[in-house]
Design a protein around this ligand. Sequence first.
Ligand code: C5P
Length: 282
Amino acid sequence: MNLRATPQTPTFRGWAVQQPRVRDLACRPYGRFLDYNGAVAYAPPERSDLAPLPGSMPEPFAIAIDGPAASGKTSVGRRTAELLGFRFLDTGWMYRAAAWAALRGRAALGDEDGLIALAEGLAFDFVLCGGEHRVLVDGADVTDRLKDRVVAGASSAIAAVSGVRRVLVARQRAIARQGPIVMVGRDIGTVVLADAPVKVYLTASVEVRAARRHREFRAAGNPVSYCQVVSDLMRRDKMDSERDDSPLRPAGGAIHVGTDGVSVDELAQKIAGVAARAGWKS
Ligand code: C5P
């Protein structure tokens, strides 16, 4: 499929665009993002033939959001991206995808070299389908499987492997170079996008985080107990904040925002305001 922009090619924020073809996986270009108006912005760095129109490369601008599990990063990050017309990437999905693939037998959890090779071989597509963010791994929509408790637990163990982080961080940076983005995770402001003009560290009480995650599990038909959710969260917090490589911690200069009892809209407006003060012009 030739996605080179021609004079007739519609553009969105300076990028060659094409209507989404998410069902047509055989045609999927890798590194694709669907944008909020249903257009697709392409430009994987490896494919110069997919480059945006000369001189029209959108300037990168990153909003880095970090925080512990279930602190509201995804909802707030997604809403902020919608408000500003930015792309959105939840980097947790990448670690979960590696864990999911490993649990399906593609590498043993204790085999670091195997896990690194696995991470290198994963092909990601991040798509927006009917207003919902979905992740395709090797062409298959695995979004719902990545929400599994066992996958979440294994992802924290895999995320402690430096070689896996190196592979996934390189991909995250390549995506950020393609234009404005809200990226959420544990090490975005400290490592992945340490130069981001906007850094936010979200916090919430364990009770609120556990209640949030418990509700999500229940809605998905998972009968896990509230106490199990609390214990899972605390175990993951400990692993994420005590690992040697890129532990969870607030970046220098990050604004600290508590999400307990504050609406997603309010938080997103606040972050959009910080972006405007940091120089973002919409
Ligand atoms: O955010 P989420 O719960 O989906 O992340 C799953 C796991 O991936 C986290 O517990 C953490 O161990 C790891 N992770 C990470 N760095 C990121 C994002 C996620 O180490 N930037």
